[in-house]
Design a protein. Structure first.
Length: 337
């Protein structure tokens, strides 16, 4: 199998260590429709809707990744009824922070006043929130921390080439956050399967700065997202269902046992393809791609917050979160609400 990596995750006996106590999201005010994009590049509403399922997206006009992340984080804490100084760990998943230093998580810590937290970023592109959630779960399971604020936040509009119609129609800006605490329930589930395939990294890349100093000057690199869309499509529609199938096998469950599949929102056809391959009921796959586009690390937590705010997450439900992205990276998490 071309994309098969050794996948790691806890074994069957693993019990849940986290419970989601609060969620929040932040979207920039500016909505950009497909019609508006057709005035910038040679594209159209019909093409974008048919090939991707996207109708519109939010684009930042002044908000930074840290600002959106802080807004979502504060809402998640308010939802949980927790003061910022009680937070032990802040993880921000992002690949579009405007500043290399300090990291976005430390900026968020300062902005929300979470003075007692440890804060750092994770970059696994669109799988980032999932990698951050599994990282937090391990810290909590080990008893190192009691709670964590996990945020996925992006201002992808800064790293998109707005003259490239094959990428600029796909992405949007936003942030989603979840505040999680250690769970003491004995039987609840937490399982994950995740992997990376760095050898395929060139199919979706973005340069940050040129290799240059006062002794050396390398070639100039693209500071914008460059993507082989078809290859990414193939990767996602094979790797994600395989990863979910392995996850369910480890947990001795089937798709029938899962109440909801919250997937990375990259393309409606990818989500439908994954559901088909899993032979799972498409009704169990809520989508928000129509109005937010692909928000990378923010995609899964934005969807999680929407579903939770709509009252669709009930105690005891089994939920699969899954995603894929640049790296290439992929991840699937099973948790019990
Ligand atoms: N508007 C109109 N036409 C467009 C277009 C746009 N925005 N973007 C590309 N096209 C054109 C292409 O130039 C091509 O024209 P040609 O046949 O004359 O050469 C045609 O549409 C088909 O292009 P193709 O790339 O084969 O389309 P597709 O059906 O594969 O859809 C993607 C393209 C990008 C939507 C699809 O491949 C995809 O979603 N891939 C995954 C990308 C992704 O999820 N990335 C993020 C990962 S986290």
């Amino acid at each position: 199998m071309p994309y098969d990596n050794p996948v790691r995750g806890p074994g069957k006996e693993k019990k849940m260590s986290i419970t989601i106590k609060g969620t929040g999201s932040a979207l920039p005010e500016k909505t950009v429709t497909n019609e508006e994009l057709s005035k910038i590049v040679d594209t159209g509403d019909e093409w974008i809707r048919e090939r991707t399922g996207i109708g519109e997206r939010r684009i930042a006009t002044g908000q930074t990744v840290a600002m959106l992340a802080s807004d979502a984080a504060q809402k998640a804490l308010a939802d949980a009824g927790v003061d910022p100084e009680k937070v032990d760990l802040i993880l921000v998943a992002t690949c579009s922070g405007e500043q290399a230093l300090p990291c976005v998580a430390c900026q968020v810590q300062g902005l929300i006043g979470a003075e007692n937290a440890v804060a750092f970023d994770i970059n696994a592109a669109c799988s980032g929130f999932l990698f951050a959630l599994s990282t937090a779960e391990i810290y909590l399971a080990q008893g190192i921390y009691n709670n964590a604020l996990i945020i996925g936040a992006e201002v992808l509009s800064n790293i998109i080439d707005w003259s490239d119609r094959s990428t600029c129609v796909l992405f949007g800006d936003g942030a989603g956050a979840a505040y999680v605490e250690k769970d003491t329930r004995k039987k609840a589930l937490f399982q994950f399967v995740q992997g990376s395939n760095g050898a395929k990294g060139e199919v979706l890349s973005c340069g940050q700065r040129d290799s240059a100093n006062c002794f050396y000057r390398g070639e100039e690199i693209s500071k914008y997202v460059v993507m082989d869309g078809r290859e990414v499509f193939r990767f996602a529609t094979r790797q994600v269902p395989d990863t979910i199938a392995r996850l369910l096998e480890k947990a001795a469950l089937t798709c029938e046992d899962v109440d909801l599949f919250l997937l990375h929102q990259a393309n409606l056809r990818i989500i439908e393809g994954i559901a088909r391959r899993l032979k799972a009921d498409i009704q169990k796959f809520p989508v928000n791609i129509r109005h937010v586009g692909n928000t990378s690390s923010a995609s899964v937590p934005l969807l999680l917050d929407e579903v939770r705010a709509a009252g669709k997450l009930k105690e005891g439900m089994k939920v699969v979160l899954a995603g894929f992205g640049a790296g290439l990276t992929y991840s699937a998490i099973l948790l019990e609400i």
